[in-house]
Design a protein around this ligand. Structure first.
Ligand SMILES: [Zn+2]
Length: 134
């Protein structure tokens, strides 16, 4: 799903496509990083000085509900990042220093899931470390 498809998806799901929502989605599509709500808030304040942190959380929750973004706990804080790999089994590699994030597709879902005799409702696979730049 690209940026414009994400915007369309929000509308088709019955939600208003406000300029603030567009801008927040743009942040996630333009940067391969994990973001705290506070960082998103600081980004948004540049264009919307009167925006509240509640609006940020409300929109983050909406995007999560629509599966446009994921969240993760990292160093005792919640971070949000874009869901890049719908319809495949994937994980994420997160740099603990610069907070960059890369997606990795795993090819073991077909062998692993039946072997476990387990109905998967959700999963999370994250590897933490340092990227090559750090
Ligand atoms: Zn890094």
């Amino acid at each position: 799903m690209d940026y414009s498809e994400a915007l369309k998806y929000i509308q088709e799901s019955g939600y208003k496509l406000t300029n603030k929502r567009k801008e927040m989605i743009r942040i996630f599509f333009n940067h391969d990083y994990i973001f705290s709500a506070k960082i998103i808030f600081d980004f948004m304040k540049v264009h919307y000085p009167a925006i509240s942190i509640d609006t940020i959380y409300r929109n983050l929750n909406l995007f999560k509900q629509l599966s446009l973004i994921h969240h993760t706990e990292f160093q005792k804080q919640t971070y949000y990042y874009r869901n890049r790999m719908e319809n495949s089994f994937y994980g994420h590699i997160i740099c603990m220093k610069c907070r960059s994030i890369k997606s990795v597709v795993m090819n073991s879902s077909r062998t692993l899931v039946p072997y476990l005799c387990f109905s998967v409702s959700s999963y999370k696979f994250e590897i933490y470390g340092r990227c090559t730049k750090c």
